[in-house]
Design a protein around this ligand. Structure first.
Ligand code: SF4
Length: 292
């Protein structure tokens, strides 16, 4: 039997069975650090269920409840209501779900929690497909990306979750990236505080997946940074309705520098790449309109 001699630090133990180079795991570590030991986390089936575990085994050192794919926010809201009935204060209630469980299947429950003003933090780790069950495309999959259900490339733009969250007029919503951990850590701290003091907080983190995006696990952070540096992923914060860029990319790189790092765009034609460049540029212009 493998014996681990070094004590595991922080709130996540050794022995995690995520793939090498998984940035979802990195995001989870930062989340637990920001939320602290006085937290209860809800995780639906998906890659993060590797953290909550099987039966009595878990690598997370705070209470974790594994719900269903469609109702992470409803479970979190129920736990918050239960804590209030019991008079227990100072406990953070956190949902941690992938894009499939958030942007697609769990959107109804999330919208309801936003609308009610439940004091929960909801974090979406976005690996842009249903990675845990076989790389099926989601509403968050990047346009023209290969997945097992979009073998000729994903059609359509998908949903803009930051705009959806902000449209609910919640006190805090932001995007973040596993490639910009200082920005991520600050936003997680702000989101935890907002969920405690004001109401729902939402953080949408880009977490590149070497398995599904088809890149060398050693390149995870480089891919995450390239998304931001090409403006394929923008780092934004919406606090009480005020939008701002938290990392401004003044001299963006061509989108090809992001796409060519990943096997899921291997079949892209030059025409498709040019269209994606136009798309990224126009989406950025739309984002700037929020900042005025
Ligand atoms: S499939 Fe991707 S997101 Fe899931 S554990 Fe592996 S690297 Fe992480």
């Amino acid at each position: 039997m493998l014996k681990v001699e070094s004590p595991a630090k922080h709130l996540m133990a050794h022995g995690i069975s995520t793939c090498a180079g998984c940035s979802m795991e990195l995001a989870a570590r930062y989340l637990l650090k920001a939320a602290g030991p006085q937290s209860i986390v809800v995780i639906p089936p998906g890659c993060a269920a590797l953290l909550s575990g099987f039966g009595a085994e878990t690598v997370v050192k705070v209470p974790v409840f594994q719900g269903n794919l469609e109702n992470t926010a409803a479970y979190a809201a129920g736990i918050r209501a239960g804590l209030e009935v019991l008079g227990k204060e100072g406990i953070n209630v956190v949902g941690f779900a992938g894009d499939g469980a958030t942007v697609d299947i769990g959107l109804q429950a999330l919208s309801a929690a936003f609308e009610r003003g439940d004091h929960i933090l909801y974090v979406c780790y976005d690996n842009e497909a249903y990675m845990n069950t076989g790389i099926q495309g989601s509403a968050s999959t990047f346009p023209d990306a290969w997945t097992t259900t979009t073998p000729a490339g994903k059609e359509g733009l998908g949903k803009n979750m930051l705009e959806i969250a902000a449209a609910h007029r919640i006190p805090y919503a932001a995007t973040a990236s596993a490639g910009y951990v200082n920005d991520l850590a600050r936003k997680l701290t702000a989101a935890v505080q907002a969920a405690r003091e004001k109401g729902p907080a939402y953080l949408h983190i880009s977490t590149p997946c070497p398995t599904g995006w088809r890149f060398d696990p050693a390149l995870t952070i480089a891919v995450a940074k390239a998304a931001v540096q090409t403006r394929a992923w923008n780092l934004v914060e919406v606090v009480d309705g005020d939008w701002r860029l938290t990392v401004e990319v003044k001299d963006p790189k061509p989108i090809g520098e992001y796409l060519r790092l990943q096997g899921r765009f291997r079949a892209l034609t030059p025409e498709q790449e040019a269209k994606l460049q136009q798309l990224v540029d126009s989406e950025y212009e739309k984002l700037l309109a929020h900042l005025k």
